[in-house]
Design a protein around this ligand. Structure first.
Ligand SMILES: Cc1cc2nc3c(=O)[nH]c(=O)nc-3n(C[C@H](O)[C@H](O)[C@H](O)COP(=O)(O)O)c2cc1C
Length: 208
C-alpha cells in the first residue's frame, strides 16, 4: 500500500478551537467485498500518522453526512443508521493537541478539551501508541422519548454500525484498528463533557 503523507492535524501539538477538514473523497476505495474480506482487529501501532485526507475520509465513512435531504427532524442522513433517526451517536477524536468532536454537518473538528489524552481513550496500552483514537459516544438528549432501557439498547446497537464503518474504512486503506469496549466510561464521561450521554466504544487507529 502506498505510504500517505503524515497528517498535519494529527502531528500538531497546539490545540485549535476548530479544525476544518478537507472534503471527504466519497468515490473509489477498495471494493466492498474485498474490504469485508480484509476486515480484522489489529492491536499494534507504529505511532506514524495517517494523512489529513484519510482522517477526513475515516470520519465521513464512520458517521458522515451522505444526504442533505431533511428527514424526521434532522437536516441530513448519515453513513450509519440510527433507530428512529435520532442521530444520537457522536465521534470524539483523540489526537496530541486535544479531544475534538466531529461536526459531521460542517465537516470540522470542534475542540472539547486541550491536551494529549490518547492514553485515556481506552484501558489497553496500545491507546498511548496509536496516532489517534475515536470514541463513539451517545447523546441521550436526542432520545428523550425513549425509556432508559431503550436508550441503552438502541445506542449500543447504533454504535455498532459506526464501529463496523470504521473497521471497513481501515481495512480498505490498510490501517489498523480494533473496537474496544474495555474503556473507563466514567473517565471518558468527564473528559468528553458528556452531560446526558455515554461513551460506548473506542477505536485506536493507525499504521502497523
Ligand atoms: C463490542 C466489542 C467490544 C470489543 N472490545 C474489545 C476490547 O475491549 N479490547 C480488545 O482488544 N478487543 C475488543 N474487541 C475486539 C474483539 O476481540 C474481536 O472483534 C474478536 O476477537 C474477533 O476478531 P476480529 O475482529 O479480528 O474478527 C471488541 C469487539 C467488539 C465487537
Amino acid at each position: 500500500m502506498e505510504q500517505k503523507p503524515t497528517s498535519n492535524i494529527i502531528q500538531a501539538t497546539e490545540p485549535r478551537k476548530e479544525i476544518q477538514l478537507s472534503p471527504p473523497q466519497v468515490k473509489g476505495g477498495m471494493p466492498l467485498m474485498e474490504a469485508l474480506g480484509e476486515r480484522r482487529s489489529k492491536r499494534s501501532f507504529s505511532g506514524s500518522g495517517i494523512s489529513d485526507q484519510q482522517l477526513s475520509d475515516l470520519l465521513w465513512a464512520a458517521n458522515g453526512i451522505n444526504s442533505h435531504a431533511a428527514f424526521r427532524g434532522q437536516p441530513g442522513l448519515r453513513t450509519a443508521p440510527t433507530a428512529r433517526n435520532h442521530q444520537e451517536i457522536e465521534l470524539y477524536v483523540f489526537i496530541p493537541s486535544g479531544i475534538y468532536l466531529y461536526d459531521a454537518f460542517n465537516n470540522k473538528l470542534v475542540l472539547v478539551r486541550e491536551g494529549d489524552h490518547r492514553a485515556s481513550a481506552g484501558e489497553q496500552g496500545f491507546f498511548a501508541e496509536a496516532p489517534l483514537s475515536l470514541c463513539i459516544a451517545a447523546h441521550f438528549k436526542k432520545m428523550e422519548a425513549y425509556t432508559e432501557e431503550k436508550k441503552q439498547f438502541y445506542s449500543a446497537v447504533d454504535a455498532g454500525y459506526v464501529s463496523q464503518n470504521i473497521y471497513l474504512y481501515c481495512a480498505s486503506e490498510g490501517l489498523c484498528t480494533v473496537a474496544c469496549g474495555r474503556i473507563d466510561r466514567e473517565v471518558l464521561h468527564n473528559l468528553l463533557l458528556l452531560d446526558q450521554g455515554k461513551a460506548i466504544l473506542s477505536h485506536p487507529v493507525g499504521i502497523e
